[in-house]
Write a protein that binds this ligand. Structure first.
Ligand code: NAP
Length: 454
């Protein structure tokens, strides 16, 4: 895949980048390693000042960075600006909390003194996706840099200008040159790179095949990895739910980022007598959404990020129809210029069919109906994924059961699944392993050193 900016709303090729030569890659790696040797001795106070400055650069230039993301991958400008603000938030969270999160932890034993100390690992490689071009990177970089690691970013090939802008943010903020660098390289160069002894660990956010490939390469080298992969999150609505609130949130949860979010609600599981009423609300709200130019403030759904994603989604919907699904609205690309696909509602899907197991990475919702809470949980769990789950009920016993039984990295009751710097984020099963954000996130890339003194 060429490293290039192609406007998804128009198909126009705006800028093509030459990948790094082997020599340029070696220069970056060596700089990263040499920087780490000094950077690991910087204090939390210094790192915190740099990260606070990064937050300020983000806020000062949120319009510009938002426009860049919209240009490269088609998210609405209002959501792109909100994404930049959220990046500032995660910088501030770790700038303010890392020292305390990584403070020595005394533990009483037979020693005169025993405790746990957290130390950086070294150069960490981050392989990131295009869907939240800034957020995915900052939620890795903020804790990693505060812990004393240095970062190398291999971003998705369709967001090179965002990748370069992120490195610029850290440089402008005052981090030492080499603390965070962007590498313009294709996916085929990740495994060989991981074999380099200077790289100590890696994180990948993206698809299952990419995650499996990175994990295999890291396994051979016995290197730590964190994987944040796909999802097909359930959104369960039970009879006691506030249907209007649930339906409004359902639309937001499915359409977020033009439908291209790992934690988007993708399978709507309606329990009992509310099914007709909820489905009607969903249909009405889907049909009211405005698809179009992502730069305009009243646009709800912009183009998909690439023409390949548009084709894949169209084929998935065709496959669903062939496997018995009925289309209530949408169901075909809009045609013409740009990668536009309309909000689409699929019903009557047989949960046993292969399509029910797949992740739809676009504005397509699958609706299922069941009779009981137990059937809803069984259906929710019947996929290879386990990222997030949202369930709507005011019944305390049902809430307890859902929290306990749903196979997911997070369960949100009466709300949509979302990330928050204060809460751990990640999945189980084929959605990956490891956690980002909060205390758990900063502990992923540290040596948890046990100290015992007689
Ligand atoms: P992708 O194709 O896996 O790309 C993600 C990144 O991995 C890109 O930088 C890509 O580089 C690289 N890559 C691809 N194949 C690779 C390989 N064999 N070895 C090493 N690196 C490789 O994913 P995507 O289609 O862009 O993103 C969509 C997927 O990501 C969805 O499944 C979504 O659910 C998931 N996702 C998960 C989370 C989460 O937090 N759990 C968040 C966002 C997205 P190139 O661009 O150069 O190919």
């Amino acid at each position: 895949m060429a490293i290039a900016t192609i406007n998804p709303a128009t198909g126009e090729v705006l800028k093509i980048f030459e990948p790094f030569s082997d020599a340029a890659l070696e220069t970056s790696l060596e700089l990263a390693q040499q920087t780490f040797e000094k950077y690991r001795h910087t204090s939390f106070t210094e790192r915190s000042q740099w990260l606070q400055a990064a937050a300020q650069v983000l806020l000062d230039r949120k319009q510009e960075f938002g426009e860049l993301m919209t240009l490269e991958m088609g998210k609405t400008l209002k959501s792109a600006i909100a994404e930049v603000e959220k990046c500032a938030l995660v910088c501030r969270y770790y700038a303010e909390n890392a020292a305390q999160l990584l403070a020595d932890v005394p533990i009483a034993t037979d020693a005169s003194q025993s405790f746990v100390r957290y130390q950086p690992l070294g150069v960490v490689l981050a392989v990131m996706p295009w869907n939240f071009p800034f957020w995915q990177v900052f939620r890795f970089a903020a804790p990693a840099l505060m812990a004393g690691n240095v970062g190398l970013l291999k971003h998705a090939s369709n967001v090179p200008q965002s990748a370069l802008a992120i490195a610029e943010v850290f440089a402008l903020a005052g981090f030492p040159a080499g603390a965070f660098q962007t590498l313009l390289i294709g996916a085929d160069r990740v495994a060989p790179l991981l074999a380099d002894a200077r790289i100590k660990a890696a994180t990948l956010t993206g698809s299952e095949p990419a995650g499996a490939s990175l994990a295999a390469a890291a396994g051979k080298q016995i290197k730590k990895v964190v994987l944040e992969l796909g999802g097909s999150d359930p959104f369960i609505v039970l009879p006691s739910a506030d249907l209007e609130a649930a339906a409004t949130t359902a639309v937001t949860a499915r359409m977020l980022n033009n439908g291209q979010s790992c934690i988007a609600a993708k399978r709507f599981i309606l329990v009992g007598e509310i099914a007709d009423a909820f489905q009607a609300k969903l249909l009405e709200k889907f049909q009211a959404l405005k698809v179009g130019d992502p730069r305009l403030p009243d646009t709800d759904v912009g183009p998909l990020a690439t023409s390949g994603i548009l084709q894949d989604l169209a084929q998935q919907v065709e496959a669903a129809i062939q496997q018995g699904a009925k289309v209530l609205t949408g169901g075909k690309p809009l045609g013409g210029v740009g990668n536009f696909y309309p909000p689409t509602l699929l019903i009557d899907i047989d949960p046993q069919k292969p399509i029910a197991q797949e992740e739809f990475f676009g504005p397509v919702a699958m609706v299922f109906r069941v009779d009981t809470l137990e059937a809803a949980i069984a259906l929710a769990n019947a996929t290879p994924f386990g990222l997030g789950a949202s369930a709507w009920t005011t019944d305390a016993a049902e809430q307890t059961c859902l929290i306990h039984e749903l196979e997911a990295g997070s369960v949100f009751i009466n709300g949509m699944v979302k990330s928050d710097p204060r809460l751990p984020f990640g999945g189980i099963k084929h959605s990956g392993f490891g956690r980002e954000l909060s205390r758990e996130g900063i502990l992923e890339f540290v040596n948890i050193k046990t100290v015992w003194v007689k």
